[in-house]
Design a protein around this ligand. Sequence first.
Ligand code: NDP
Length: 332
Amino acid sequence: MTTKQIVLASRPKGTPTLDNFRLENIELPAVQYGEVLLKGLYYSVDPYMRGRMNDVKSYVAPFEIDQPVAGGVVARVTESKSDYFKPGDIVSGSLPWREEFISAEKGIKKIDTTIAPASYYLGILGMTGLTAYFGLMHIGKPVPGETVVVSGAAGAVGVVVGQIAKIQGCRVIGIAGSDEKIKLLKEKFGFDEAINYKTTADMKKAIAGICPNGVDIYFDNVGGEISDAVISNINFHARIPLCGQISLYNSTEIPVGPRLQPMLLTRSVLMQGFIVSNYQGIFAEGIEHLAEWVKDGKLKFTETIIHGFDKLPTALMGLFNGENTGKMIVEA
Ligand code: NDP
C-alpha cells in the first residue's frame, strides 16, 4: 500500500522554510502480529519541533534528515493484528507525519471520545494541558490573591495556564501579540488584563502599571525581552515556571540579555525549567483535574485547525508568526 509522508529535507538556519521539508510517497509493508494500521486524523504541531530540526543533543532526539518528522497524532485503527485494538478505535501517540502508518501496539493508547473531541487529546487533555497544569501547580504553586503573568498567553499552553490560575483565585495578566488575542483573553478566557506586546513600546512600564503589587508568578512561554520586562517587576519569593523560550528558537546567535541572577538572589525568587515528561509518573493527577474542569465548564479551550496533511510544515511555521490562537492542529 502506498501512502504519503513528510520528511525533514534539510536543517534550517534561523527560521524554517518550506524547503526544509519534502512530501513523498512510500510503500508500507504488511501489518505484523502485535501491530496496527492507522489513518492519521489530527496532527499536533508544537514549538519544540523547531529544536528537533537542529542536530543538537537535547531532552528529545533530533529529527533525522530524509526521515519523517514526528509528533503527537490522533489516528483511527483501520486494520489490526493486535489483541488490544480493533478497527475503528481512536488512538493517540507520538507518530510519524504519514497519512497512514503501521504502529506497534505499545506505541499508542486508546482515547475516549465521549469525554471530549478527539483533537482535545493533542491539546487540553494532552501535552498542552499537562504542561500548563504541572508548570503552574507544581512549580508556580499559586496562592489566592497573587498576581500571575503569562506570556504566550493566547497560545495552547497559555490559555490553560491563565484559566487554571483564575480557578486558583489569582489575578491573571496575559501577554500576546494581537488585539484580537487580547480581546479573546479577557472576554472568553477570563483574564483580568492583557497586553499586546507588539503595540506596547515600554513593556516594563506597562507591566508595572497593570501589576501595582508586583508579579508573584511569571509563567514564561516566550523568553527574550518580554521576559526581561516581566522579571524586572518580580516580587520577593516569586516563582517562575520556565516552560518555553519561543522568541529564541530561531536565533542564530547566542542571545545576551540582562544578568538576572542578582535580582533572583536578592528577591529570593525560584526560577525552574521543566519538561512536561518530568511528571509522567503523575500524569493521571493532571488529567483528572483537567477533565473535571473541562466537564464543569471551568476550563475553555480553543483550536486553530488547518486542513490538509500537506499543510503540516506551513502550520508548524505559523507558530512563529502567531498564526494560531490556542492549539494549532492539522486535520488530515
Ligand atoms: P503556542 O500555541 O503558544 O504557539 C506559539 C505562540 O507563541 C504563537 O502563537 C505566538 O503568539 C507566540 N510567539 C511566537 N513567536 C514569538 C516571539 N518571538 N515572541 C513572543 N511570542 C511569540 O505554543 P504552545 O502553547 O504549544 O507552547 C508555548 C511555549 O511552551 C513554547 O515556548 C513551547 O516550546 C513551550 N512548551 C514547553 C513544554 C515543556 O514541557 N516545557 C511543553 C509544551 C510547550 P503571539 O501572537 O502572542 O506572538
